[in-house]
Design a binder for this molecule. Structure first.
Ligand SMILES: NC(=O)c1ccc[n+]([C@@H]2O[C@H](COP(=O)([O-])OP(=O)(O)OC[C@H]3O[C@@H](n4cnc5c(N)ncnc54)[C@H](OP(=O)(O)O)[C@@H]3O)[C@@H](O)[C@H]2O)c1
Length: 358
C-alpha cells in the first residue's frame, strides 16, 4: 500500500467545545522525518480532559503561541505502524512497520517524574492528538500493545492505566496487597483503578451516584459500594466499613465537593492521590480545611499526572501477566465523535468510552 499523504480527522478550535468539532476529510500529512513513524489509528479512548481541552478550560499546560489551531483532540490512541522514517530500523530502534502500538500521552516523557517540559509534548494539547485516521509520532513515543487485547480495550491503558499506575506505585506510598483503597466515582480512571487494585488483591471501596453502576462494580470485584447521593456524608460509611480506621489510599478524582470527605475517610498516615476535579476545581476557601486535616491525620497528599513511557510499559506488562480485561462501556464509530463526547459529558457512562476507527 502506498504511504498515505492525507488523513481524515476531527479538529477543535479549543474554545467552543465538542459540538463545534469539524471533520476534515483529507488533511495533508507532512513528510515523515527520519525518526518518525506513521500510525493508522484504530481506537481512541476519551477522557474528561478532552472535553475540558475543547472548551479552553484545560489551560494549565497550553502554550497559546505554540498550539496549532484548529487542533486534533484526544490524548489516548492505539494503532498500527504503516510507515517509518529513514532512521527507524528494527535492530536499532526496536520499531517496524506492522507493529501494533499504544501512543504515548506525553510524547517526550520517557521515564521518571513528569516535568513541565513533558507536559508541553502532550497529545491532544498542546500537540496534535489522536482523533485522526493517521498520526505521526517519534518512533520512541510508542509502546507495544498487549497482544491478548483488542484495540478498544488496549487503548484504555494509555491515560487511565498510566495515571492509576503512577498513583498506585510511583509515589509516596506504593499500593500493596492487603491495603484498602477508596475509589471515587465510576468514570474512566476510577474503573481502571478498580481493575488494577483487584488484580493486586487490595480491598476496594467504590462510590457512585448510581446503584446500577455500583452493581456492575461489584461484578468487577468491588468489595464495598457506597451511593454518595443517598449517603452525602459517605466518609462515615467508609469509617464504618473499616472499623473506624479509614483507608490507606484514596483515588481522588472529583476534587472540590469530595476532598474533605476523602480526607475524613483516610487512615492516619494515609495517602490522597489527587487526580481530578469532576465535581469542580475548588477555591482557596477550602484549603484551610484540607491543610488542617492533613496535619491532624499525619496524612499525605500527592498530585498525580499520567506517566511516562516507563510507566506505560509497566502497565502493559502488568495487564499481560494479570490478564485484566479492561471494562469498556460503549464504542462509537469515528463519524459519531460528537455523540461520543455528548455521552461522556452526560456522565451516564461507566468506565471507558471509545471511538473505533477500524
Ligand atoms: N491527573 C491525571 O493524570 C489525570 C488523568 C486522567 C484523568 N484525570 C482527571 O480525573 C478526573 C476523572 O477523569 P475521567 O476521565 O475518569 O472522567 P469521567 O470518566 O468523565 O468521570 C465521570 C464520573 O465522575 C464521577 N463523579 C462526578 N461527580 C462526582 C462526585 N461528586 N463524587 C464522586 N464521583 C463523581 C461520576 O461517577 P458516577 O456516575 O459513578 O457517580 C461520573 O460518571 C477528571 O477530572 C480528569 O481530568 C486526571
Amino acid at each position: 500500500m502506498p504511504t498515505p499523504t492525507t488523513t481524515r480527522r476531527w479538529v477543535s478550535d479549543l474554545s467552543s467545545g465538542y459540538r463545534a468539532l469539524e471533520l476534515q476529510p483529507s488533511a495533508p500529512l507532512p513528510t515523515l522525518l527520519p525518526h518518525q513513524v506513521l500510525i493508522r489509528i484504530k481506537a481512541v479512548s476519551l477522557n474528561y480532559r478532552d472535553l475540558d481541552a475543547m472548551t479552553g478550560y484545560y489551560n494549565t499546560f497550553r502554550t497559546h503561541s505554540k498550539t496549532p489551531l484548529p487542533l486534533v483532540p484526544c490524548s489516548d490512541g492505539a494503532g498500527i505502524i504503516v510507515a517509518v522514517g529513514s532512521a527507524v530500523d528494527l535492530a536499532e530502534t526496536g520499531v517496524a512497520v506492522g507493529d501494533e502500538v499504544l501512543c504515548l500521552y506525553n510524547t517526550e516523557h520517557m521515564a521518571g517524574p513528569v516535568t513541565a517540559y513533558h507536559m508541553q509534548t502532550g497529545s491532544g494539547l498542546p500537540l496534535e492528538g489522536c482523533l485522526t485516521e493517521y498520526k505521526i509520532l517519534p518512533h520512541y513515543a510508542t509502546v507495544r500493545k498487549p497482544a491478548y487485547l483488542g484495540w478498544e480495550q488496549a487503548v484504555t491503558l494509555v491515560g487511565g492505566g498510566s495515571t492509576c499506575w503512577t498513583a498506585f506505585f510511583c509515589g509516596m506510598r506504593p499500593l500493596r496487597p492487603g491495603m484498602t483503597v477508596l475509589i471515587l466515582g465510576t468514570g474512566g480512571v476510577s474503573i481502571v483503578a478498580l481493575q488494577i487494585a483487584k488484580a493486586m488483591h487490595v480491598t476496594t471501596i467504590v462510590t457512585s451516584s448510581s446503584d446500577e453502576k455500583l452493581k456492575t462494580c461489584a461484578t468487577l470485584g468491588a468489595d464495598y459500594c457506597i451511593n454518595y447521593t443517598h449517603s452525602p456524608n459517605w466518609s462515615e460509611e467508609v469509617l464504618r466499613i473499616t472499623n473506624g480506621t479509614g483507608v490507606d489510599m484514596v483515588m481522588e478524582t472529583a476534587g472540590q465537593k469530595t476532598i474533605i470527605q476523602s480526607l475524613k475517610s483516610l487512615k492516619w498516615g494515609g495517602l490522597i492521590n489527587d487526580i481530578g476535579y469532576v465535581s469542580g476545581k475548588g477555591s482557596d476557601a477550602e484549603l484551610l480545611g484540607v491543610s488542617l486535616i492533613l496535619i491532624r491525620k499525619h496524612a499525605m497528599m500527592q498530585g498525580v499526572i499520567v506517566g511516562g513511557k516507563d510507566v506505560l510499559q509497566e502497565v502493559a506488562n502488568f495487564y499481560e501477566k494479570a490478564r485484566i480485561v479492561p471494562f469498556v462501556d460503549r464504542v462509537f464509530p469515528f463519524d459519531q465523535a460528537k455523540e461520543a463526547f455528548a455521552y461522556l459529558e452526560s456522565q451516564k457512562h461507566m468506565g471507558k468510552v471509545i471511538i473505533n476507527l477500524e
